[in-house]
Design a protein around this ligand. Structure first.
Ligand code: NAD
Ligand code: GLY
Length: 363
């Protein structure tokens, strides 16, 4: 098992990454002296796969364990499901000496994390991510949220977990579509922060779907190390943390316009990254060859780069609700070549996006 740390002073926490380590959850949680009562929040797809294993690991370490199983999918990452979680916690008479464990993908992690942040003004929580996307990204860094019909992740809090336990063996049961969607966030790290990692991914693109556990561990560690470093510098997204939003401004607009769950988050980010790369090229921040490399890698990893057919006005309207909007101006993350990026305020977003979408549609 490998270990990384998210360095946030007295709120620092470990990320454990390994193969077949789910059984060690009870031991790791025990070592943190967490409250002995645990509620595992998961969904109807993940519960039959991993809930029993997680429960018996925690029980074996002396925890009293209960569970809350909600409906599956992005369409249920909303106020109604969150309310079900609060109701179940209240019905179980959970007090402040209760730890919430999020077992599942990013939807469960974000929603259970927000429940933990707000229930009784905050109870400890642990992330046990079981998708590529949640293992490389969403379980680390403490962003928790639910969606609103008018915008993605609009209601939320920064609330750090006490532990992240990543067992790559859980990815064996993940379907190909969700596997590829998670790879979009992996590619993101290469584009924004690590040119050598991008090269490494290019060498393996087609093979990524059949990755052995060891290569998955390496991939997860690289992504989590980049994210942990960024979060330690800027926990609440005042500066560099915004880089992690590369491709997300347009991606979130796709998710919201299509109806949550229709286009998966990672799929939307993949399209958003092609648009961001085009914008970067238009602003002379990268070459046409860089755009070509980014688009090719996304496609080779089994992701579509087709832009869903909504009007420019609909996209601009949705993007104006992005959390990076400041003083009414749209701000986007653009890549400098491959391996670096920065945040830019767009003074003429309509013209820039019109040209970028046109260019993307002809790639
Ligand atoms: P998801 O949570 O919906 O999981 C995808 C599907 O895989 C679901 O049907 C889920 O039940 C199923 N699943 C989960 N683990 C499985 C396993 N081991 N085997 C079989 N099936 C499994 O989606 P996701 O892609 O994991 O996460 C997307 C969400 O993450 C979005 O809501 C996005 O906004 C959020 N996100 C948050 C952050 C953050 O920093 N907090 C970062 C990126 C994305
Ligand atoms: N996924 C974006 C962030 O954690 O900041």
């Amino acid at each position: 098992m490998k270990r990384l740390t998210v360095g946030l002073g007295d709120r620092s926490y470990a990320i454990h990454v390994g193969e077949g380590i789910l059984n060690g959850l009870g031991r790791e949680a025990s070592a943190l002296n967490l409250p002995r009562r645990v509620v595992v929040v998961t969904n109807t797809v993940v519960a039959p796969l991993y809930l029993e294993q997680v429960q018996s690991s925690l029980q074996g370490a002396g925890f009293a364990v209960e569970s809350i199983v909600v409906q599956d999918g992005e369409a249920f990452k909303n106020a109604a499901t969150l309310d079900q979680i609060y109701t179940a916690l209240l019905e179980k008479r959970c007090d402040r000496k209760t730890t919430i464990v999020a077992l599942g993908g990013g939807v469960i992690g974000d929603m259970a994390g927000y429940a933990a942040a707000t229930y009784l003004r905050g109870v400890p929580f642990i992330q046990v991510p079981t998708t590529v996307l949640s293992q490389v990204d969403s379980s680390v860094g403490g962003k928790t949220a639910i969606n609103h019909p008018l915008g993605k992740n609009m209601i939320g809090a920064f609330y750090q977990p006490r532990l992240v336990l990543i067992d790559v063996a859980t990815l064996d049961t993940l379907d190909a579509r969700n596997f590829s969607a998670g790879i979009a966030e992996v590619i993101k790290y290469g584009v924004i922060a690590d040119a050598a990692f991008f090269d490494w991914l290019e060498e393996r693109a087609e093979g990524l779907k059949a990755l052995d556990h060891q290569t998955l561990i390496e991939t997860v560690l690289r992504c989590c190390a980049i994210k942990a470093d960024i979060v330690a510098q800027d926990e609440t997204e005042q500066s560099v943390r915004a880089f992690l939003n590369y491709g997300h401004t347009f991606g979130h607009a796709i998710e919201q316009l299509s109806g949550y769950g229709t286009v998966l988050h990672g799929e939307a980010v993949a399209v958003g990254m092609t648009v961001a790369a085009q914008l970067s090229h238009q602003m002379s921040l990268c070459t046409a060859a860089d755009v070509e490399r980014i688009v090719r890698l996304i496609q080779r990893c089994g992701l579509s780069t087709l832009i869903p057919d909504f009007s420019l006005d609909a996209y601009l309207n949705a993007m104006m609700r992005d959390k990076k909007v400041a003083d009414g101006a749209l701000r986007v993350v653009l890549n400098h070549g491959i391996g670096q990026c920065d945040v830019y305020t767009l003074t003429q977003p309509r013209e820039l996006f019109a040209a970028a979408l046109q260019a993307c549609r002809t790639v």
